[in-house]
Design a protein around this ligand. Structure first.
Ligand code: AMP
Length: 281
């Protein structure tokens, strides 16, 4: 695996590879890698000659400064795991490299994605995501970008970014990897105790319960029950549990039995914010 820290050097290297007809799969991450990230690397490897992974904890997407400061960092282990997964290139930039002195933040027109769900509870978050992904895509210019379905709304935001910027990049979305308990793998799980991790699996259990109960008609109460259950077992706060139109994320209270749906959740356990989702149809 080759390590690059400078964007212009990586860009030069990859332009040459592209000119040779070599396809590039790109997996952007914030590190503290787990099997979920590695499943993206494997998916990228299966479909491309060259796989680039980036590790960059992007300050501009954290609306909570404490969350940024406490974000787990396990760089030596990350490098070991990427080597083992046959990743070809690791891009490991400093903050200055992504946001140099002369960087002027762009504003991205994200429509209702910015006011619904994560957009509502994490103001500015998706602008930050677009800023960093835009910078990374301009450097890597991959053939295919690999994202995880775990961050469902983020996938929609980045799909929109690609359209807005007219990047000739395909998007490949990889299903969510889970612990055997059902808990969606996440770097933030490192901040949970063993006991909390067991408790955190209740999010997935709740989402599956909603799926099993789904019937056309009024579906609003399904989410209220799961919210109450999570609070009952000791979650600090539930930002949302929402059944939404799978294509637009608009909330759906009364289901016609046909519209494709997804149920999404964001909840705090011992101060750690966890998100998950499952498609319902
Ligand atoms: P992060 O490091 O959290 O920014 O995640 C980097 C990429 O890995 C994003 O595209 C995530 O959606 C994806 N990812 C994170 N957790 C999982 C998971 N459990 N399963 C699949 N992909 C994931």
């Amino acid at each position: 695996m080759i390590l690059f820290k400078k964007g212009d050097e990586l860009k030069k290297y990859l332009i040459k590879k592209t000119a040779e007809g070599i396809s590039i799969g790109f997996v952007p991450t914030m590190g503290a890698l787990h099997e979920g990230h590695l499943s993206l690397v494997r998916a990228a490897k299966e479909r491309n000659r060259l796989v680039v992974c980036s590790i960059f904890v992007n300050p501009s997407q954290f609306n909570d400064p404490q969350d940024y400061l406490q974000y787990p960092k396990t760089i030596d282990q990350d490098i070991f795991l990427l080597e083992k997964s046959a990743c070809d290139i690791l891009f490991l930039p400093e903050v200055q490299e992504i946001y140099p002195q002369n960087y002027t933040p762009l504003h991205y027109e994200l429509g209702s994605l910015e006011t619904l769900l994560e957009g509502k509870y994490r103001p500015g978050h998706f602008q930050g995501v677009c800023q960093v992904v835009d910078r990374l895509l301009a450097i890597v210019m991959p053939t295919i970008l690999f994202l995880g379905q775990k961050d469902y709304q983020q996938c929609m935001v980045i799909e929109r970014l690609i359209r807005l910027k007219q990047y000739a990049i395909q998007l490949y979305i990889v299903p969510t990897m889970r612990e055997t308990s059902g808990l969606a793998m996440s770097s933030r799980n490192l901040r949970l105790t063993e006991q909390d991790r067991a408790k955190a699996a209740a999010i997935y259990t709740g989402l599956k319960h909603i799926k099993s109960q789904l019937q056309p008609g009024n579906i609003e109460s399904l989410c209220n029950q799961v919210t109450a259950d999570l609070l009952e077992i000791g979650f600090d706060k539930i930002d949302y549990i929402s059944i939404a139109n799978a294509k637009t994320l608009e909330p759906i209270d009364v289901w016609d039995g046909e519209t494709a749906l997804v149920v999404l959740a964001a909840a705090f356990l011992s101060g750690v914010r966890l998100i998950d989702n499952i498609p319902l149809t």
